[in-house]
Design a protein around this ligand. Structure first.
Ligand SMILES: NC(=O)c1ccc[n+]([C@@H]2O[C@H](COP(=O)([O-])OP(=O)(O)OC[C@H]3O[C@@H](n4cnc5c(N)ncnc54)[C@H](OP(=O)(O)O)[C@@H]3O)[C@@H](O)[C@H]2O)c1
Length: 266
């Protein structure tokens, strides 16, 4: 008989979107395996979620920006039936590519591309056997419209969309659902940690959204089988601009937008 126990894995559940996914999955009856590097914070999250939702929460303290860190998580996932994987962990960079420390470029690419790909490959093997599963990959509206000082980040997030859409087509026979979520601005630790100065009280289309609202919209879209979900208005507008604005006009618009909305701290 199939076990009733359902387990969701969420990478980067220390703060922001990953924490909101963890809470949502726990509320939906999943036991959790969550990852992060800020040990005290993530353990406090785990305690609170266990207490509030009565689910078991296992914490994996690991840096997923290299192979060793990803393998540490895979060792924990070994022999467990994973129902949902949320590839959420990510970070931004604040400088032009030419001025960025190359180690940071490699770490970002490993986290956003290699870790997402390897974790997906690993959990898919079990999902294929059980003919069931869900993989949610967090991309960004930056994938639709690259901006200066955002080049490697945007490029990596575009990979995530392409990867997810390709999997969607390949997995049609396996009852495995995949979704790429492409949010606009989220009120999380993301910008501060990247050294960006932003106005989170900003109103209008490009306002900041609460992580739980993004999760709520993305989960609604998942139920409707939306493979690429843009969960907020800002992201939808950015997609249209990136697609339809003539490129020469777009380059100037994007440079202006980057200067006005995201100031990089010195
Ligand atoms: N904030 C936005 O405006 C925005 C917009 C679009 C997309 N996104 C995407 O949303 C996702 C979540 O970001 P967020 O906004 O919620 O930011 P956040 O609050 O900074 O959360 C990022 C999470 O990723 C984890 N993480 C970062 N680097 C890691 C590493 N090397 N190894 C393991 N874990 C790592 C962090 O945990 P530790 O620091 O504890 O390791 C944290 O739990 C990211 O993929 C981001 O690209 C964000």
């Amino acid at each position: 008989m199939e076990s009733k126990k359902k387990t969701a894995v969420i990478t980067g559940a220390t703060s922001g979107l990953g924490l909101a996914y963890a809470e949502r999955m726990a509320a939906d009856g999943y036991d959790l395996i969550i990852t992060g590097r800020r040990e005290e914070m993530i353990k406090a999250n785990a305690e609170r979620i266990m207490h509030e939702y009565g689910r078991s929460v296992e914490v994996c303290i690991t840096d997923l920006s290299d192979e060793e860190g990803v393998n540490k998580l895979i060792d924990i996932l070994n022999n467990k039936n994973i129902s949902i994987l949320v590839n959420n962990a990510g970070f931004g960079l604040k400088t032009k590519f030419i001025d960025t420390n190359y180690c940071d470029v490699e770490r970002l690419l490993y986290l956003h591309i290699m870790a997402v790909t390897k974790l997906t490959y690993f959990v898919l093997q079990g999902m294929k056997k059980r003919n069931k599963g869900t993989i949610i990959n967090i991309s960004s509206d930056g994938a639709f419209a690259v901006m200066p000082k955002n080049v490697v980040y945007s490029s990596s997030k575009l990979y995530i969309i392409n990867f997810t859409e390709g999997l969607h087509m390949e997995l049609a026979d396996y009852n495995i659902t995949v979704q790429a979520v492409c949010p606009g601005f989220i009120d999380s630790d993301f910008h501060e940690r990247a050294g960006m100065s932003v106005d989170k009280t900003r109103k209008g289309i490009f306002r900041f959204y609460q992580p739980r609202d993004i999760v709520e919209n993305a989960m609604k879209a998942l139920k409707k089988d939306d493979v690429v979900c843009i969960p907020d208005k800002g992201g939808k507008v950015i997609k249209l601009i990136g697609k339809y604005m003539p490129r020469k006009i777009f380059y100037n618009f994007a440079a202006e937008f980057a200067n006005n909305t995201i100031k990089k701290r010195k």
